[in-house]
Ligand binder design. Structure first.
Ligand code: PLP
Length: 389
């Protein structure tokens, strides 16, 4: 009674409530753009062909389920490096380990920062992925928000962002979305990345890059531009990576945390801290999903298949973006945004009207998942939005 009785009820996850409401809606023409995962044109979130084949091979060949250790599958961790960091060899300055999803990587990154600097400030642009602030705060960081996007005009408020970063002090951290910003789709171009990175370097601010959607924006290489520029210019930083979206492995929880230090000596100390934080959290990450990614990346044929399937996902998202932009001038900015998400300038009352009158489901923030639409549902979607005017 002393423990459970002292707890206060927490609000239910709004997205889960939305999923339930959609499920029980009997209207045949209902549309769900609230979903958080990729859907194909039949509305499915399929297991990729390359993943199925890798799983078959694992079942046949895996000889042991013995523990691997807190760093997880090192083959997986190493195989991702050229995809994320490109041809440069960062050598012993780069360390890190496999984590349970991008979420685990973010949590571990936050705990590492908090261990080095209890209560450290982390600058986070608004809006951001709603889980960012609770993950960072739970680890003991102080979240400092700043506006970086104007929903009404669908434009980055880049100078305001630079102003916010200019006020940072040495020892602060800046959280950046590597690509396919969730929930706005608004990414930086190379010039903007360079300006951000230069500022971070000059102010002594450590970048924490959340790279959860590589390959779902402009392409695998293109989507790494920001990450590479920032690490090159700043010379140190953290990258919280997820394979859950670009390999369609969501429930397998496949992630990694990379840390670039200024020296190999410092990297060894960082790594020892990552290992000890991991042991105190989940001890070791789950193996299966990372093993799948490793099997795919170690095999040229499977890699080729995966890249083709990734290109298909990317192409479908861009097709929907282009169709929306062509159908309604108000939606034109969506064509130059990236990834699965955009945020429409709608009030909570308008979102509720769309749900009640049109069977169109999205969270009250107005965030939509483009992959929730198909070429056939673009017209009714645009029509529903126009009914609000
Ligand atoms: N970062 C962002 C911006 C995300 O949108 C997500 C998932 O939705 C994650 C990280 C975490 O992904 P994972 O499912 O691998 O934990």
């Amino acid at each position: 009674r002393e423990i459970f009785g002292a707890l206060a009820a927490q609000p239910a996850d709004a997205l889960l409530a939305l999923i339930e409401a959609f499920r029980s809606d009997v209207r045949v023409n209902k549309i769900d753009v609230g979903v958080g995962v990729y859907r194909d044109s039949e509305g499915r979130t399929p297991v990729l062909r390359a993943v199925k084949e890798a799983e078959r091979r694992l079942v046949e060949r895996q000889a042991s389920k013995g523990y691997l250790g807190p760093e997880g599958d090192i083959g997986y961790f190493d195989a991702l490096k050229p995809i994320i960091f490109g041809p440069v060899d960062l050598g012993d300055r780069l360390c890190g380990l496999q984590t349970p999803g991008g979420t685990g990587a973010l949590r571990l990154a936050a705990e590492l920062i908090a261990r080095a600097r209890p209560g450290a400030r982390i600058l986070v642009g608004n809006p951001t992925w709603p889980n960012h602030p609770p993950i960072l705060k739970s680890a003991g960081l102080t979240v400092v928000g700043y506006d970086h996007f104007d929903v009404a005009t669908q434009r980055l408020t880049f100078s305001r962002m630079l102003d916010a970063l200019s006020e940072a002090v040495p020892g602060d951290v800046a959280l950046l979305h590597g690509c396919c910003h969730n929930p706005t789709g608004a990414d930086f171009d190379a010039g903007q990345w360079t300006a951000i990175a230069t500022l971070l370097r000059d102010r002594g601010v450590l970048p924490l890059i959340d790279l959860a959607y590589q390959g779902l924006g402009d392409g695998l290489e293109e989507d790494a531009t920001g990450t590479r520029l920032v690490l090159d210019i700043v010379g140190e930083g953290l990258v919280a990576y997820s394979c859950d979206k670009n390999f369609g492995l969501y429930r397998e929880r496949v992630g990694a945390l990379y840390a670039l230090s200024v020296s190999a000596e410092q990297a060894r100390i960082v790594q020892s801290n990552l290992l000890s934080l991991t042991r105190a959290n989940w001890s070791m990450p789950p193996d299966h999903g990372a093993a799948i990614v490793r099997v795919i990346l170690e095999d040229a044929g499977l890699s080729f298949d995966w890249l083709a399937e990734l290109a298909e996902m990317r192409g479908r998202i861009q097709q929907i973006r282009d169709l929306l932009a062509a159908a309604d001038p108000m939606l034109a900015p969506l064509a130059r945004q990236h990834g699965m998400f955009s945020t429409l300038p709608l009030s909570a009352a308008q979102v509720a009207r769309l749900r009640e009158e049109r069977g169109l489901y999205m969270p009250s923030s107005g965030r939509i998942n483009l992959a929730g639409l198909t070429p056939d549902t673009v017209a009714p979607f645009v029509d529903a939005l126009a009914s609000l005017r």
